[in-house]
Design a protein around this ligand. Structure first.
Ligand SMILES: C[S@@+](CC[C@H](N)C(=O)[O-])C[C@H]1O[C@@H](n2cnc3c(N)ncnc32)[C@H](O)[C@@H]1O
Length: 385
C-alpha cells in the first residue's frame, strides 16, 4: 500500500505532515461531523515570566540533553503545532467558549511551547500556570514574554508532580497528553494527579472525553515488507527479528480503503472522573466484515472531545478522518484471515502499563474466528516502546 515506515513508537522530532497549521487564519476544520471556522484573533493581554536560577539555554543543549529530554528540541513541538487538526481543535475549544475562561485560573499540564496557555490567556483566563518539565520551559517563557502576556501566564519549569503551585486551586486544567495508541507515554497519570491535587470541585478538565476504537485491515503488501521480509534476507534466515517486529505495533497512516470491517468501540474514558487504574483495561470486540477480503492486522485509533463547550468540539485520529501526527496503530496478526461479508472476528484486547517501564504499553489480543473460508484462534502480545 506504499505506507510510510514508522516502526518506533515515539513522537517524531520532525515530520512530513501533510497538514500545515495556519496560526492566524480562519481555516475550516471538520469537528464531529460539522465544520467549525476559527473566529478572528482577539487582542492580546499580558504575561508574567518567572526565571530559573542558572538555567541552561536551549542553544547550550547537547545531544545527550535531547536523548534524555525528548521534548527539549523544537522539532517535536513543530510537529505537534503543525498538526492543525490537533492544535486548531484546542484553539476552537477555547476561543469559541470564552464564557468558560472568563476570570478563571487555568493550569496547563505539559505546556511545551506554551501554545495552549497563550490560547487560554487570549481566551480571557484570569491567570494561567504553564508547567513544563523539559528545557522547552525556558523557550516557553521567552515566547510568553515576546507576545506580551507576562501578567497572565506564569511558566513553571519542573515535573508537575514535584512543583509547588502558587495557588491552592485552579478552575480549569488543560492538557494535550495523548500519546500513540492514546495511552503510550502515560502522561494521563500526570493530568489525573493535577486534577486530584488542584482542581476545584466542579472544575473543568479539557479535553474531558476520549474513546479508543479498533478495526481490521487488509495489508498483505506492507506485512510482507515489514514482517515477512525477515524470513529471507540476502539468503539468510533472520526470522528471529520477525518475532520482534510482530511484537512492536507500527504507528502509521492507514489508507481507509484497506478497512475490511466496521469499527468496534473498546473504551471511553472520562478524564474528569476516571481513576488512574481505569487506563488499564480489558475490552471485548466484535469486528463485522463489510466485504469479502483478507485481514492481516488490527488497527487502533482514538477520538477526543471537549464536551463542556457550547457545541461539543473534538477530533478523530481514525483512518477515515484527516491525518494527525498520531496516525493509527497497526498490530499485525500471525494468521491471515479470509473473511466474508457479515462474518465477525471476535476477541478481547487488554491494555496495561508495562511493569518495568510505565511509559511503555503492553497490549494483549485474543481473537477467534470461524468463517466459511478460514478459522483462527490465537493470543498475541504487543509492546509499545
Ligand atoms: C504532547 S506535549 C504538548 C505540548 C503543548 N501543550 C502543546 O500542546 O503543544 C506534552 C508536554 O508535556 C511535558 N510533560 C510530560 N510530562 C510532564 C510532567 N510530568 N510534568 C511537566 N511536564 C510534562 C513534555 O515535556 C511535553 O513538552
Amino acid at each position: 500500500m506504499g505506507r510510510r515506515n514508522k516502526g518506533k513508537a515515539v513522537r517524531e522530532g520532525s515530520s512530513a505532515m501533510d497538514v500545515v497549521a495556519d496560526a492566524n487564519g480562519t481555516e475550516a476544520m471538520a469537528v464531529e461531523g460539522e465544520t467549525v471556522v476559527a473566529p478572528p484573533e482577539p487582542l492580546i493581554a499580558a504575561i508574567r515570566i518567572e526565571g530559573d536560577e542558572g538555567a541552561v539555554t536551549p542553544s547550550d543543549h547537547t545531544s545527550s540533553d535531547y536523548y534524555f529530554d525528548s521534548y527539549a528540541h523544537f522539532g517535536i513541538h513543530e510537529e505537534m503545532l503543525k498538526d492543525a487538526v490537533r492544535t486548531k481543535t484546542y484553539q476552537n475549544a477555547i476561543y469559541q467558549n470564552r464564557f468558560l475562561f472568563k476570570d478563571k485560573v487555568v493550569l496547563d499540564v505539559g505546556a511545551g511551547t506554551g501554545v495552549l496557555s497563550l490560547f487560554c490567556a487570549k481566551g480571557g483566563a484570569k491567570h494561567v500556570y504553564a508547567v513544563e518539565c523539559s528545557t522547552m520551559a525556558e523557550t516557553a517563557r521567552e515566547i510568553v514574554k515576546t507576545n506580551g502576556f507576562s501578567d497572565v501566564v506564569t511558566v513553571i519549569k519542573g515535573k508537575l508532580e514535584d512543583i509547588t503551585l502558587p495557588v491552592d486551586k485552579v478552575d480549569i486544567i488543560i492538557s494535550e497528553w495523548m500519546g500513540y495508541f492514546l495511552l503510550f507515554e502515560n502522561m494521563l497519570d500526570t493530568v489525573l494527579y493535577a486534577r486530584d491535587k488542584w482542581l476545584v470541585p466542579g472544575g473543568l478538565v479539557m479535553p474531558d472525553k476520549t474513546s479508543l476504537y479498533l478495526t481490521a485491515i487488509e495489508d498483505a503488501e506492507y506485512k510482507q515488507e515489514k514482517i515477512n521480509f525477515w524470513e529471507q534476507v540476502y539468503g539468510f534466515d533472520m526470522s528471529c527479528i520477525k518475532k520482534q517486529a510482530m511484537v512492536e505495533p507500527l504507528v502509521d497512516v492507514v489508507d481507509a480503503n484497506q478497512i475490511v470491517t466496521h469499527a468496534a468501540h473498546l473504551k471511553t474514558m472520562d478524564i474528569s472522573k476516571m481513576s488512574t487504574g481505569d487506563a488499564s483495561f480489558t475490552a471485548p470486540f466484535k469486528l463485522v466484515a463489510t466485504r469479502n477480503d483478507f485481514i492481516h492486522a488490527l488497527v487502533a485509533y482514538f477520538d477526543v472531545t471537549f464536551s463542556m463547550c457550547h457545541k461539543p468540539i473534538g477530533f478523530s485520529t481514525g483512518p477515515k478522518a484527516r491525518p494527525t501526527h498520531w496516525k493509527q496503530t497497526v498490530m499485525y496478526l500471525e494468521d491471515v484471515i479470509a473473511i466474508c461479508e457479515g462474518e465477525a472476528l471476535t476477541g478481547t484486547m487488554t491494555v496495561s502499563q508495562n511493569k518495568k517501564n510505565p511509559r511503555d504499553l503492553d497490549v494483549t489480543v485474543t481473537y477467534n474466528f470461524k468463517g466459511k473460508r478460514s478459522q483462527a484462534s490465537r493470543t498475541q502480545h504487543y509492546r509499545m516502546r
